[in-house]
Design a binder for this molecule. Sequence first.
Ligand code: AMP
Ligand code: MN
Ligand code: MN
Ligand code: MN
Length: 291
Amino acid sequence: MTAIPDLHTHSTASDGTLSPTDLVARAASAGVRVLALTDHDTTAGLEEARREANAQGIVLVSGVEISVTWGERTIHVVGLGVDPENAALQQGLAGLLEYRSWRAEEIGRRLAKQGIEGAYEGARALSNGTLIGRTHFARFLVDRRLAKDTADVFKHFLTTGKPGYVAGRWASLEATVGWIREAGGQAVVAHPARYGMTRTRVQRLLGEFREHGGVGVEVVTGSHSRDDAFTFARHAREQRLLASAGSDYHGPIYPWLELGRLPSLPEGCTPIWHDWPEMVNEIAAHRTAAV
Ligand code: AMP
Ligand code: MN
Ligand code: MN
Ligand code: MN
């Protein structure tokens, strides 16, 4: 049984490959007791996920992963325990979806200039039709055998300086944390090691984030090594931020990552769920099991 919750996952509501129902069912089979669905820039999958979580008897935390432009960089901020009905949050997300739609067409146009026709239509067909991400383009290009896997597509087509790259113009850090807080949620900086920042820049990011009302940072996540976990556990302690943990699962097409297979948080972290009412029984069960 997984002792710690999995607080970062994706469904077909964004760029995951499992429906919210299948994702929750798979999490339950994997022994996950507390799961957050955190689709990119949308809460559209939460209602379906909640129905299945109730059927499976597991706790679903309403989440979202918001795309942020901070300086010249794109960073991701996860909101946990948000009210999906909140108007400020939904207005913010609507703006991001509008930008996403324009960006998807623009990526299509740029790839077409390189002789790759039909990429927009292809990516759209692999998406749910309303939220198109770079991952959908990546899958299209892999299907067309223009790259060997999605990582290869990002490297050759979709990152800075490459033909299909469009610089992000997402939400500000302040607005994002504001929407999450207005929706009653906790804001968490996602997968910080992925941004390749210097220690000083990380400190600046986390400092600003905290000033805006952010409360947590992902210490354990699918793309972090154990060293990364220790590094960000230290940052979390220094900045008095809570530590979160989530797989960043996108579906079984990425077989190296599974739901709920998370190492424990390094010593000295305060878990973001330390005072969650829905975790009281889980924590008690874990303590008993550990004795
Ligand atoms: P987007 O929000 O549409 O710009 O897409 C971001 C998503 O692309 C991330 O959440 C990942 O799922 C995926 N992604 C980003 N970088 C890579 C990479 N180097 N290899 C594979 N997938 C990536
Ligand atoms: Mn993704
Ligand atoms: Mn992310
Ligand atoms: Mn994610």
